[in-house]
Ligand binder design. Structure first.
Ligand SMILES: *Cc1c(COP(=O)(O)O)cnc(C)c1O
Length: 398
């Protein structure tokens, strides 16, 4: 064997030993409550398609129409010649939806975080992250070169301590520019499904003159008026300088976005490298996302949110499972050791139920879990089947 592959196989063997080996499972069906895998049908509790829009006829129709009118590809980055009409329509809709001056979309949420944080911060600046923020925010912080501080998850005292430190050390001048401080958190956390105390965080960052970026990947479409997000629900949206969201979860399409001031968006168009140096995403994705933004603000959107809430309530009362105070669609069943989570997921698959085992590095070592996600397309019977299969697992939770 080539020495290169020998080395990689050695590293892979180490992953297997730690129960951290992962592999792709080919799915032969659209995203829905039922997945076709390896000739079998599984009840799917793994998708972030919370409102069941990924295969919705209105989104499919919008995507098909965009392909017919604008083609399959975009030919270049947005700044060269790829800034097709569907992106502008989507951004106008997003800005209006969030009540912001402007919006900018990126190919993925990952690229959104990387481009935005990298544009705003340099090595003189300080970035303060919640311990549990998504990997893309951690990577973005590292790439920006800013000094990184991490506060304990949702811990306001620790955040305040980090802000105090940052405010003191940020007074140092570096050439013409004073150091800036950016606090980044999520509104609904991706692996625990709990919520950040955004009202208090806003007060703190205002007190210290810091900026705030909130990633609403798992709240967009679900919380707030017409699904505007948790910041809207808590009435603090307009006090958050950088409002981030994704288009690939409850909105059923793909991509990421930033909403904020006109100055912020103009600045990102000029400085966000993942936006500038990357071919524009597919017009079909933008059109599907646009249709989703409309749909979630319609009576059907409200109905879907109500069904989702009902399903979450059904699950909670049937299992007595203690979930975070807020009823998000993400239900972590923390099992601890990696082997336990992997075994529990395998056991569920034997019963044709698909729930992912989430392990390091998605969560801390020793905090492995089943991550159950519910959607508006699940029936009450689907939830009952899940509860039945999951009860023995929950009862043996560490
Ligand atoms: C999924 C996710 C992202 C990344 O978005 P993609 O569009 O999947 O790249 C960013 N932040 C959070 C909190 C997420 O859960």
């Amino acid at each position: 064997m080539h020495p290169f592959d020998v080395e990689l196989n050695r590293r892979l063997a180490a992953l297997r030993e730690q129960n951290l080996w992962r592999e792709l499972r080919r799915v032969d069906s659209p995203q829905s409550p039922r997945l076709a895998i390896g000739g079998k049908t599984f009840l799917n509790f793994s998708s972030n398609d919370y409102l069941g829009l990924a295969s919705h006829p209105v989104l499919k129709e919008a995507a098909i129409h965009a392909v017919e009118k604008f083609g399959a590809g975009t030919g270049a980055s947005r700044l060269i010649c790829g800034s097709l009409a569907p992106f502008h329509e989507l951004e106008e809709r997003l800005a209006a939806f969030k009540g912001a001056e402007a919006a900018l979309t990126f190919a993925t949420g990952y690229a959104t975080a990387l481009g935005t944080i990298g544009a705003l911060l340099g090595k003189v600046d300080v970035i303060i992250l919640d311990k549990l923020v998504h990997a893309c925010i951690v990577d973005a912080a590292r790439l920006s070169g800013a000094r990184i501080r991490v506060f304990a998850h949702n811990d306001l005292n620790d955040l305040e301590a980090k802000l105090k430190w940052a405010a003191q050390s940020a007074t140092a001048e570096d050439g013409a520019r004073r150091a800036d401080i950016l606090v980044v958190t999520e509104s609904i956390f991706s692996m625990d499904g709990d919520a950040a105390p955004l009202g208090e965080i806003v007060k703190l960052k205002n007190r210290f003159g810091a900026w705030l970026m909130v990633d609403e990947a798992h709240a967009t479409g679900i919380f707030g008026r017409d699904g505007r997000g948790l910041a809207d629900e808590l009435g603090v949206g307009h006090q958050i300088e950088i409002q981030m969201g994704t288009l690939g979860k409850a909105l059923g399409a793909s991509g990421g976005f930033i909403c904020g001031s006109r100055a912020l968006i103009d600045f990102l168009v000029n400085r966000a490298r993942s936006f500038i140096f990357s071919t524009a995403p597919l017009p079909a994705a933008a059109a599907a996302a646009s249709a989703a933004i409309q749909l979630i603000q319609s009576p059907e959107g409200e109905t879907r949110r109500n069904i989702l809430r009902e399903r979450i309530g059904q699950f909670q009362s049937a299992t007595g499972h203690r979930t975070p105070v807020i009823s998000s669609a993400i239900i972590p069943v923390v099992l601890g050791e990696e082997t336990r989570a992997v075994a529990a997921a395998a056991k569920l698959r034997e019963q044709n139920i698909f729930v992912p085992a989430i392990r390091y590095p998605a969560v801390a070592r020793g905090a492995a879990r089943l991550r159950v996600t519910l959607t508006a397309d699940h029936s009450a019977d689907d939830i009952a089947e899940l509860v039945c299969a999951l009860t023995p697992v929950i009862n043996h939770q560490s």
